[in-house]
Design a protein around this ligand. Structure first.
Ligand code: ADP
Ligand code: 5GP
Length: 207
């Protein structure tokens, strides 16, 4: 049963400390569900293997600031000394087509999305412990020791925003974490988002 105009896509916003496993979980979700990822724009330099337009849209600081001035972002934030932002157009187009969209963004960005798009679903990905987080960041091997310390230093502050989120998922065992996130997406699609009159009408139309 499909209620006319009542099935826009849902916006799932994932955040959590760097190294908690947001990227890993989102990659699995993209492989195993119909959710689509919003590709962010950043002024950070590409890491080895990152592809422009797939991992991020890589932009200069000037180019990014111009896009801010043009109002092209659903949200943007300065994270660890670089700009990161969510291009607005593609996200809104997907939602209008009924496609679920994932944003994998930092907490400042998530709070801005919450202001502008309160119907979003906000999911916090937690590491099992700080020592596991350190091991994962070190094991990922994509940041210098200094950058890792910067990211770990932010973690406790980031955890204090948990009460702004709708759900939290501890990423201990990856498969279990992915299953829990999938369960959240299913639950959100099972919510009553229509009136009794609309429901009755839709059954009558189909009869
Ligand atoms: P984030 O996107 O939150 O910064 P990543 O997804 O890049 O974090 O994960 C950080 C590191 O931890 C990566 O090397 C990844 O392979 C590893 N990792 C992620 N989830 C798990 C898990 N459940 N168990 C073990 N290692 C994990
Ligand atoms: P990384 O440099 O590891 O790819 O990402 C650093 C941080 O920036 C992560 O916390 C990531 O979630 C966040 N981030 C990535 N894209 C965006 C975005 O579009 N907006 C905001 N606000 N944060 C983002």
């Amino acid at each position: 049963m499909k209620l006319k105009g009542k099935n826009p896509g849902k916006l799932f916003v994932f955040s959590g400390p760097s190294g908690a496993g947001k990227g890993t979980i989102c990659k699995k979700l993209l492989e195993e569900t119909d959710l689509e990822l919003s590709v962010s724009m950043t002024t950070r330099k590409p890491r080895e293997g990152e592809v422009d337009g797939v991992s991020y849209f890589f932009e200069t600081k000037e180019g990014f600031e111009q896009k801010i001035a043009e109002g092209n972002f659903l949200e943007y934030a300065e994270v660890y000394g670089n700009y990161y932002g969510t291009p607005k157009g593609p996200v809104l187009e997907k939602l209008a087509k009924g496609i679920d969209v994932i944003l994998e963004i930092d907490i400042q960005g998530a709070l801005k999305v919450k202001e502008n798009y309160p119907e979003g679903i906000f999911v916090f990905i937690l590491p099992p412990s700080l020592s596991v987080l350190r091991k994962r960041l070190t094991g990922r091997g994509t940041e210098t020791a200094e950058a890792i310390e910067l990211r770990l230093g932010e973690t406790l502050k980031e955890l204090s925003y948990i009460d702004k989120y709708d759900y939290c998922v501890v990423n201990g065992d990856l498969d279990e974490a992915v299953a829990r996130v999938k369960a959240i997406t299913v639950a959100e699609h099972s919510k009553v988002t229509f009136s009794a009159e609309e429901l009755v009408e839709s059954y009558k139309e189909e009869a």
